[in-house]
Design a binder for this molecule. Structure first.
Ligand SMILES: [Zn+2]
Length: 350
């Protein structure tokens, strides 16, 4: 069974007029999923989440910050940063999104379902312990990973983040622990928000070697991502042996995304999802949860989401064909980056 975790409140949180991280993202995606009949198949179950417990969220965020998000929302909304604003539904949407992740991982561990996609907004991977950032308020994937470690007593949780932007909040949350491995593949921080996620950010203290960044140059495409998954992500998983895999699934690394400059096609996303399913089957009995992060072209977002659901539900993945031939120059630069990642982490995994 595959859970599609979704709540109407995800359509109520709204930022400034014309903001790309808009309710249309999940509205359009849900109607596309319905239109294509994917929600009618028995293997996919639509699940409505509840709010995360304060305790689960406080493992990642400060109480004062959380109370501020709640209060600003209760008062009708307000600015947290120039491009990250709350309205009166933001707190509810954020805490229910986080609750969706916790519910999904619990259901998988309890054998109720096999895997899940949390189709939520606001997204989470930029949210810092005491600060909303980059359209994010509560770090959904970090809350779920912490829940697995603290409450379900797992030893090793792997987070793979293929959103085009570096997951600074997630990296920060687990920078000093060896129980959660973060692997981020993103556009180089010198060319894209949030400006972090470099190769030498490998963790501190017990966490050294458990934070892996692969910053790619603009225009890196399917071939580059294929090599990164084979040579870094799969190898890191074999070395770490995760008991659960969580994925920050942003679809803004697609070549048509308006905010970024990477070059993935639908085929590239399908390949990564396939490999993640294989990794989860190999290491952790298929335990796998995807969290929606970015993705700002509505057509790309809905098609990528549909392909992802098809993959994790074990259906045939029907990919829309697109032509994007990555240059040899781009592939060679990716190989150089991988070499640098391997040498930085040679004594830990490679
Ligand atoms: Zn993003």
């Amino acid at each position: 069974m595959t859970d599609l975790v979704y709540h109407d409140v995800f359509t109520k949180h709204e930022m400034s007029l014309g903001h790309l991280e808009s309710p249309l993202r999940v509205l359009h995606t849900m109607s596309y999923l319905k239109e294509t009949g994917l929600l009618d198949i028995e293997k996919i179950r639509l699940v409505t989440p509840k709010a995360a417990s304060f305790e689960d969220v406080l493992a990642v965020h400060d109480r004062a910050y959380l109370e501020r998000v709640k209060e600003v929302s209760a008062n009708g909304g307000g600015y947290f940063t120039l491009d990250t604003q709350a309205n009166r539904h933001t707190y509810d949407a954020a805490i229910i999104a986080a609750g969706g992740g916790v519910m999904a991982v619990d259901n998988i561990l309890d054998g109720v379902t096999d895997n899940a996609l949390i189709l939520c907004r606001p997204p989470g991977h930029h949210a810092e312990p005491s600060r909303a950032f980059g359209f994010c308020f509560i770090n959904n994937i970090a809350v779920a990973a912490n829940h697995l470690i603290e409450h379900r007593k797992l030893e090793r949780v792997m987070i793979v983040d293929y959103d085009a932007h570096h997951g600074n909040g997630t990296q920060h949350a687990f920078f000093s622990t060896d129980r959660v491995m973060y692997v981020g593949i993103h556009q180089d921080g010198r060319t894209l928000f949030p400006g972090t996620g470099f190769i030498d950010e490998i963790g501190v203290g017990r966490g050294i070697g458990y934070n892996i960044n692969v910053p790619l140059y603009p225009r890196a495409g399917d071939k580059s991502y294929g090599i990164v998954f084979n040579d870094v992500v799969k190898q890191a998983a074999s070395s770490f042996k995760p008991e659960f895999i969580l994925v920050s699934a942003g679809f803004d690394a697609h070549l048509r995304d308006p905010l970024t400059s990477l070059g993935l096609t639908f085929n590239g996303f399908a390949m990564m999802n396939r490999m993640l399913v294989e990794m989860a089957e190999k290491h952790c009995n298929g335990r796998l949860v995807f969290f929606l992060e970015g993705g700002y072209d509505l057509d790309v977002l809905s098609k990528c989401t549909k392909n992802l659901l098809e993959e994790i539900a074990g259906e045939e993945v029907k990919v829309s064909e697109e032509l994007n031939v990555e240059s040899d120059h781009s592939i060679n630069r990716t190989r150089e980056i991988i070499k640098a990642v391997h040498s930085e982490l040679a004594e830990y995994h490679f």
